[in-house]
Design a protein around this ligand. Structure first.
Ligand code: C2E
Ligand code: MG
Ligand code: MG
Ligand code: MG
Length: 279
Protein backbone atom coordinates (compact mmCIF):
# COMPACT_ATOMS: atom_id res chain seq x y z
CA UNK A 1 0.00 0.00 0.00
CA UNK A 2 2.62 2.53 1.15
CA UNK A 3 4.88 1.51 -1.68
CA UNK A 4 2.10 2.15 -4.20
CA UNK A 5 1.34 5.57 -2.73
CA UNK A 6 5.00 6.50 -3.10
CA UNK A 7 5.02 5.31 -6.68
CA UNK A 8 1.87 7.28 -7.50
CA UNK A 9 3.33 10.38 -5.94
CA UNK A 10 6.47 9.93 -7.95
CA UNK A 11 4.48 9.55 -11.17
CA UNK A 12 2.41 12.61 -10.31
CA UNK A 13 5.59 14.59 -9.71
CA UNK A 14 7.03 13.36 -12.97
CA UNK A 15 3.90 14.38 -14.82
CA UNK A 16 3.94 17.81 -13.21
CA UNK A 17 7.54 18.47 -14.15
CA UNK A 18 6.78 17.34 -17.71
CA UNK A 19 3.90 19.84 -17.88
CA UNK A 20 6.18 22.59 -16.59
CA UNK A 21 8.85 21.65 -19.10
CA UNK A 22 6.31 21.76 -21.94
CA UNK A 23 5.12 25.18 -20.87
CA UNK A 24 8.69 26.49 -20.80
CA UNK A 25 9.35 25.12 -24.27
CA UNK A 26 6.16 26.72 -25.56
CA UNK A 27 7.10 30.07 -24.04
CA UNK A 28 10.64 29.93 -25.45
CA UNK A 29 9.21 29.30 -28.91
CA UNK A 30 6.69 32.10 -28.55
CA UNK A 31 9.33 34.50 -27.21
CA UNK A 32 11.26 34.15 -30.47
CA UNK A 33 8.55 36.12 -32.27
CA UNK A 34 7.41 38.37 -29.45
CA UNK A 35 9.38 41.47 -30.45
CA UNK A 36 8.50 41.22 -34.14
CA UNK A 37 4.84 40.60 -33.28
CA UNK A 38 4.68 43.63 -30.98
CA UNK A 39 3.68 41.49 -28.03
CA UNK A 40 5.71 43.41 -25.44
CA UNK A 41 4.81 46.65 -23.77
CA UNK A 42 6.14 48.68 -20.89
CA UNK A 43 4.14 49.97 -17.95
CA UNK A 44 5.47 52.64 -15.59
CA UNK A 45 5.19 53.04 -11.85
CA UNK A 46 6.02 56.37 -10.18
CA UNK A 47 9.02 56.74 -7.88
CA UNK A 48 8.03 59.20 -5.19
CA UNK A 49 10.25 61.44 -3.03
CA UNK A 50 8.80 60.63 0.35
CA UNK A 51 9.52 63.91 2.12
CA UNK A 52 7.20 65.90 -0.17
CA UNK A 53 5.40 63.35 -2.34
CA UNK A 54 6.84 64.62 -5.63
CA UNK A 55 7.08 62.19 -8.56
CA UNK A 56 10.79 62.15 -9.37
CA UNK A 57 10.79 59.32 -11.88
CA UNK A 58 9.36 55.96 -12.76
CA UNK A 59 10.28 52.31 -13.05
CA UNK A 60 9.69 50.64 -16.42
CA UNK A 61 8.16 47.17 -16.04
CA UNK A 62 7.83 44.74 -18.92
CA UNK A 63 4.53 43.14 -19.91
CA UNK A 64 3.95 40.33 -22.40
CA UNK A 65 0.74 39.08 -23.98
CA UNK A 66 1.51 35.88 -25.87
CA UNK A 67 -0.27 34.65 -29.05
CA UNK A 68 -2.70 32.64 -26.86
CA UNK A 69 -3.74 36.00 -25.44
CA UNK A 70 -2.37 35.12 -22.02
CA UNK A 71 -0.70 37.84 -19.95
CA UNK A 72 2.54 36.23 -18.78
CA UNK A 73 4.24 37.93 -15.84
CA UNK A 74 7.92 38.94 -15.97
CA UNK A 75 8.59 36.77 -12.92
CA UNK A 76 7.75 33.80 -15.16
CA UNK A 77 9.21 34.74 -18.54
CA UNK A 78 12.36 36.70 -17.58
CA UNK A 79 14.06 33.64 -16.02
CA UNK A 80 13.11 31.62 -19.10
CA UNK A 81 14.55 34.28 -21.41
CA UNK A 82 17.71 34.43 -19.30
CA UNK A 83 18.13 30.69 -19.62
CA UNK A 84 17.55 30.70 -23.38
CA UNK A 85 19.69 33.78 -24.05
CA UNK A 86 16.68 35.71 -25.40
CA UNK A 87 17.09 38.22 -22.56
CA UNK A 88 19.72 40.07 -24.62
CA UNK A 89 17.34 41.03 -27.45
CA UNK A 90 14.44 41.58 -25.08
CA UNK A 91 16.60 43.69 -22.77
CA UNK A 92 17.78 45.82 -25.70
CA UNK A 93 14.18 46.41 -26.71
CA UNK A 94 13.33 47.50 -23.15
CA UNK A 95 16.35 49.81 -23.02
CA UNK A 96 15.41 51.53 -26.26
CA UNK A 97 11.71 51.92 -25.39
CA UNK A 98 12.30 53.15 -21.84
CA UNK A 99 14.89 55.71 -22.96
CA UNK A 100 12.55 56.99 -25.68
CA UNK A 101 9.76 57.35 -23.13
CA UNK A 102 12.07 59.20 -20.75
CA UNK A 103 12.99 61.58 -23.57
CA UNK A 104 9.33 62.15 -24.40
CA UNK A 105 8.58 63.05 -20.77
CA UNK A 106 11.55 65.40 -20.65
CA UNK A 107 10.25 67.10 -23.76
CA UNK A 108 6.79 67.32 -22.21
CA UNK A 109 8.35 69.37 -19.39
CA UNK A 110 9.37 66.85 -16.72
CA UNK A 111 13.00 67.59 -17.47
CA UNK A 112 14.36 65.79 -14.41
CA UNK A 113 12.26 62.65 -14.67
CA UNK A 114 14.49 59.64 -13.96
CA UNK A 115 13.80 56.33 -15.68
CA UNK A 116 14.61 53.16 -13.74
CA UNK A 117 15.23 50.18 -15.99
CA UNK A 118 15.57 46.59 -14.79
CA UNK A 119 18.65 44.95 -16.22
CA UNK A 120 19.40 41.26 -15.84
CA UNK A 121 22.89 40.31 -14.71
CA UNK A 122 23.00 38.22 -17.91
CA UNK A 123 22.80 41.45 -19.89
CA UNK A 124 25.71 42.87 -17.93
CA UNK A 125 27.86 39.92 -19.00
CA UNK A 126 27.40 41.14 -22.58
CA UNK A 127 30.46 43.29 -23.29
CA UNK A 128 28.46 45.61 -25.54
CA UNK A 129 25.86 46.54 -22.96
CA UNK A 130 27.33 49.80 -21.65
CA UNK A 131 28.25 50.95 -25.17
CA UNK A 132 24.74 50.25 -26.38
CA UNK A 133 23.23 52.36 -23.64
CA UNK A 134 25.75 55.12 -24.33
CA UNK A 135 24.75 55.09 -28.02
CA UNK A 136 21.06 55.30 -27.20
CA UNK A 137 21.64 58.23 -24.83
CA UNK A 138 23.75 60.05 -27.42
CA UNK A 139 21.15 59.55 -30.15
CA UNK A 140 18.39 60.89 -27.90
CA UNK A 141 20.66 63.49 -26.27
CA UNK A 142 19.49 62.28 -22.91
CA UNK A 143 21.70 62.87 -19.84
CA UNK A 144 23.04 59.64 -18.33
CA UNK A 145 22.05 60.80 -14.82
CA UNK A 146 18.41 60.28 -15.78
CA UNK A 147 18.90 56.58 -16.30
CA UNK A 148 18.79 54.34 -13.25
CA UNK A 149 19.84 50.77 -13.87
CA UNK A 150 18.32 48.27 -11.42
CA UNK A 151 20.22 45.04 -10.96
CA UNK A 152 19.02 42.19 -8.76
CA UNK A 153 21.82 40.71 -6.76
CA UNK A 154 23.11 37.45 -8.11
CA UNK A 155 26.39 36.52 -6.48
CA UNK A 156 27.40 33.89 -9.00
CA UNK A 157 27.13 36.26 -11.94
CA UNK A 158 28.07 39.56 -10.34
CA UNK A 159 31.43 38.16 -9.36
CA UNK A 160 32.27 37.55 -13.01
CA UNK A 161 34.74 40.07 -14.35
CA UNK A 162 32.60 40.90 -17.40
CA UNK A 163 29.77 41.92 -15.13
CA UNK A 164 31.96 44.03 -12.87
CA UNK A 165 33.46 45.76 -15.92
CA UNK A 166 29.98 46.67 -17.20
CA UNK A 167 28.96 48.07 -13.83
CA UNK A 168 32.03 50.32 -13.70
CA UNK A 169 31.53 51.47 -17.30
CA UNK A 170 27.92 52.38 -16.53
CA UNK A 171 28.98 54.21 -13.41
CA UNK A 172 31.61 56.17 -15.35
CA UNK A 173 28.95 57.09 -17.90
CA UNK A 174 27.05 58.72 -15.08
CA UNK A 175 24.21 56.22 -14.91
CA UNK A 176 22.86 55.56 -11.39
CA UNK A 177 23.16 51.96 -10.22
CA UNK A 178 20.52 50.47 -7.93
CA UNK A 179 20.76 47.17 -6.12
CA UNK A 180 17.21 45.79 -6.51
CA UNK A 181 15.39 43.45 -4.13
CA UNK A 182 18.06 44.13 -1.56
CA UNK A 183 18.01 41.70 1.33
CA UNK A 184 16.28 38.80 -0.43
CA UNK A 185 19.27 37.03 -1.95
CA UNK A 186 22.29 35.76 -0.14
CA UNK A 187 23.29 39.38 0.32
CA UNK A 188 26.99 39.66 0.28
CA UNK A 189 27.71 42.97 1.94
CA UNK A 190 31.09 43.25 0.23
CA UNK A 191 29.14 44.16 -2.96
CA UNK A 192 28.35 47.45 -1.37
CA UNK A 193 32.00 48.23 -0.81
CA UNK A 194 33.47 46.80 -3.98
CA UNK A 195 30.86 47.60 -6.62
CA UNK A 196 29.76 51.10 -7.67
CA UNK A 197 26.13 50.91 -6.51
CA UNK A 198 24.53 54.26 -5.62
CA UNK A 199 21.15 53.22 -4.28
CA UNK A 200 19.66 50.33 -2.30
CA UNK A 201 16.17 49.20 -3.14
CA UNK A 202 14.44 47.44 -0.27
CA UNK A 203 12.38 44.49 -1.42
CA UNK A 204 8.64 44.67 -0.92
CA UNK A 205 8.70 41.55 1.23
CA UNK A 206 10.16 43.74 4.03
CA UNK A 207 7.23 46.16 4.05
CA UNK A 208 5.51 47.44 6.21
CA UNK A 209 8.38 49.46 7.51
CA UNK A 210 8.11 48.75 11.22
CA UNK A 211 9.90 45.56 10.25
CA UNK A 212 13.39 45.36 11.75
CA UNK A 213 14.98 44.44 8.43
CA UNK A 214 13.66 47.47 6.54
CA UNK A 215 14.74 49.72 9.40
CA UNK A 216 18.20 48.17 9.40
CA UNK A 217 18.62 48.48 5.63
CA UNK A 218 17.66 52.16 5.71
CA UNK A 219 20.14 52.85 8.53
CA UNK A 220 22.83 50.93 6.68
CA UNK A 221 22.17 52.88 3.48
CA UNK A 222 22.58 56.14 5.36
CA UNK A 223 25.77 54.90 6.96
CA UNK A 224 27.18 53.99 3.54
CA UNK A 225 26.07 57.28 1.94
CA UNK A 226 23.68 55.45 -0.33
CA UNK A 227 20.14 56.55 -1.04
CA UNK A 228 17.35 54.12 -0.28
CA UNK A 229 14.17 53.35 -2.23
CA UNK A 230 11.41 51.28 -0.63
CA UNK A 231 9.21 49.20 -2.93
CA UNK A 232 5.78 47.80 -2.07
CA UNK A 233 4.33 50.77 -0.13
CA UNK A 234 0.65 49.89 0.15
CA UNK A 235 -0.60 51.88 3.15
CA UNK A 236 -0.38 55.35 4.65
CA UNK A 237 1.02 53.81 7.82
CA UNK A 238 3.88 52.34 5.85
CA UNK A 239 4.48 55.65 4.04
CA UNK A 240 4.56 57.56 7.34
CA UNK A 241 6.92 55.02 8.90
CA UNK A 242 9.35 55.29 6.00
CA UNK A 243 9.23 59.09 6.14
CA UNK A 244 10.07 58.91 9.82
CA UNK A 245 13.04 56.63 9.07
CA UNK A 246 14.26 59.16 6.47
CA UNK A 247 13.95 56.72 3.61
CA UNK A 248 14.33 59.03 0.59
CA UNK A 249 12.17 57.39 -2.08
CA UNK A 250 9.38 54.89 -2.46
CA UNK A 251 6.98 53.22 -4.83
CA UNK A 252 3.91 51.10 -4.37
CA UNK A 253 0.23 50.58 -4.95
CA UNK A 254 -0.59 53.32 -2.38
CA UNK A 255 0.68 55.83 -4.92
CA UNK A 256 0.00 54.15 -8.24
CA UNK A 257 0.04 50.73 -9.85
CA UNK A 258 2.20 50.37 -12.95
CA UNK A 259 0.30 51.94 -15.89
CA UNK A 260 0.87 52.51 -19.62
CA UNK A 261 2.70 55.75 -20.45
CA UNK A 262 -0.53 57.33 -21.70
CA UNK A 263 -2.06 57.04 -18.21
CA UNK A 264 1.02 58.19 -16.31
CA UNK A 265 0.88 61.61 -14.60
CA UNK A 266 4.42 63.00 -14.61
CA UNK A 267 3.47 65.93 -12.34
CA UNK A 268 1.49 64.10 -9.67
CA UNK A 269 2.20 64.81 -5.99
CA UNK A 270 1.44 62.02 -3.57
CA UNK A 271 0.95 63.56 -0.13
CA UNK A 272 0.78 61.33 2.90
CA UNK A 273 -2.88 61.62 3.81
CA UNK A 274 -2.23 60.59 7.41
CA UNK A 275 1.24 61.76 8.54
CA UNK A 276 0.29 61.17 12.18
CA UNK A 277 -0.44 57.51 11.47
CA UNK A 278 2.72 56.39 13.25
CA UNK A 279 2.22 58.45 16.40
P1 C2E B 1 11.10 44.45 -9.39
O1 C2E B 1 12.08 45.12 -10.26
O2 C2E B 1 11.45 44.27 -7.96
O3 C2E B 1 9.75 45.28 -9.55
C1 C2E B 1 8.82 45.50 -8.54
C2 C2E B 1 7.61 44.59 -8.66
O4 C2E B 1 6.72 44.86 -7.59
C3 C2E B 1 6.81 44.78 -9.94
O5 C2E B 1 6.27 43.51 -10.32
C4 C2E B 1 5.70 45.72 -9.47
O6 C2E B 1 4.53 45.66 -10.29
C5 C2E B 1 5.42 45.18 -8.10
N1 C2E B 1 4.84 46.17 -7.19
C6 C2E B 1 4.95 47.51 -7.23
N2 C2E B 1 4.30 48.09 -6.20
C7 C2E B 1 3.80 47.08 -5.46
C8 C2E B 1 3.02 47.05 -4.24
O7 C2E B 1 2.69 48.05 -3.60
N3 C2E B 1 2.68 45.80 -3.79
C9 C2E B 1 3.04 44.67 -4.44
N4 C2E B 1 2.63 43.50 -3.92
N5 C2E B 1 3.77 44.67 -5.59
C10 C2E B 1 4.15 45.86 -6.09
P2 C2E B 1 6.29 43.01 -11.84
O8 C2E B 1 5.97 44.14 -12.75
O9 C2E B 1 5.45 41.78 -11.89
O10 C2E B 1 7.81 42.61 -12.07
C11 C2E B 1 8.39 41.53 -11.39
C12 C2E B 1 9.87 41.48 -11.61
O11 C2E B 1 10.17 41.16 -12.97
C13 C2E B 1 10.58 42.80 -11.36
O12 C2E B 1 10.76 42.99 -9.96
C14 C2E B 1 11.86 42.61 -12.12
O13 C2E B 1 12.78 41.85 -11.37
C15 C2E B 1 11.40 41.77 -13.31
N6 C2E B 1 11.22 42.65 -14.48
C16 C2E B 1 10.18 43.43 -14.84
N7 C2E B 1 10.42 44.09 -15.99
C17 C2E B 1 11.67 43.74 -16.37
C18 C2E B 1 12.52 44.10 -17.48
O14 C2E B 1 12.20 44.93 -18.34
N8 C2E B 1 13.76 43.49 -17.54
C19 C2E B 1 14.19 42.60 -16.57
N9 C2E B 1 15.41 42.04 -16.71
N10 C2E B 1 13.42 42.26 -15.52
C20 C2E B 1 12.19 42.82 -15.42
MG1 MG C 1 13.17 46.81 -10.20
MG1 MG D 1 12.66 45.33 -6.72
MG1 MG E 1 11.20 43.02 -5.96
Amino acid sequence: QAKNAGKNQYQAFDKLSAIKQNRKLKLVNQLHHAIANNEFSLVYQPIVRLVDGVTVGSEALLRWTNPDNEAIGPDEFIPIAEHSGQIIDIGNWVLQQACEQCKAWHEAGATHHAMAINVSSHQLKDQHFAQRLEDILARLSLPAECIHVEVTENIAIMEEQACVTSLYRLSELGVQLLLDDFGTGYSCLSYLKNLPFDVLKIDKSFMPANNTIATTIIAMGHELDMEVVAEGIETDICYAMLQKLNCQYGQGYLFQKPVPASEFDIYKHYKCSDPEAVE
